[in-house]
Write a protein that binds this ligand. Sequence first.
Ligand code: PXP
Length: 280
Amino acid sequence: MADHWLRVNFSQHRGNEKRRIRRFWIFRPKAADDDMNSSLLKLGVNIDHAATVRQARGTDYPNIVAIAQAAEDGGADAITVHLREDRRHIQDCDVFELQRSISTHLNLELAATDEMVDIACRLKPRACCIVPERRAELTTEGGLDAVGLFDRLQLHCRKLSEAGIEVALFLDPELKQIECAANLGVPTIELHTGTYASAPAGSDQAKELETLNAAVTQASARGLRVNAGHGLHYDNVAAIAAIDEINELNIGHSIVAAALFCGVEDAVRRMQGVLRGARQ
Ligand code: PXP
């Protein structure tokens, strides 16, 4: 199937009121359909924290493009970066240089702001993921409130789709948020695995896994492609990777930490080994 435009119809419930059905077009790149049909679990490597090391001293090393290329050599299927509003790690010039240089594709995480959407539309990465952002947070702390931000997301998603970018929303595994993403007509969601990752091993973690499983089932039934990520590491990722309908995991901090011992290429290769093992 070639690149094509897809017409999306949706209505929205607010209390007892059903708002009128609207209709718009989203761009569906051919690559998105090819990926959708592939049963292989993909790994997006988030290299934000390589940039954190650079920004800590204001140096020009480590070279972010070289880090991305080493991740690709280790088997990364995509390079993920979060251009935060406070530019605490990845900088504007990084995203443009990565887009020119990498041989896989860029997945840009961005806040739902006009500034970020404008940058994404100029950059035109193959994929982007809209995430919530608070200046004081150490890292992304949870999923978007897609229900509360419906009108703003609708505008941003349309703009990004019209620029040919495959849009994902980063969501907690909550049924109402997933329903909202389906109503917004985005092709993809990324489920926040942070609560699962930080739950104590045992019954608490098993419960979070169950919640994630239910969310994946619901999203797949609504025709959404499902990615997942946050807080995943070599010892907790297998249970998530074993969920067949998950298309891609985005993993950063644990890979960059492991790379201090074995280098980026090996750290990514090891993670890919865990993912492949979980799918066998
Ligand atoms: N996915 C999203 C949407 C994120 O915001 C992040 C963190 O930037 C990740 C995945 C990767 O999380 P971690 O660094 O904990 O692996």
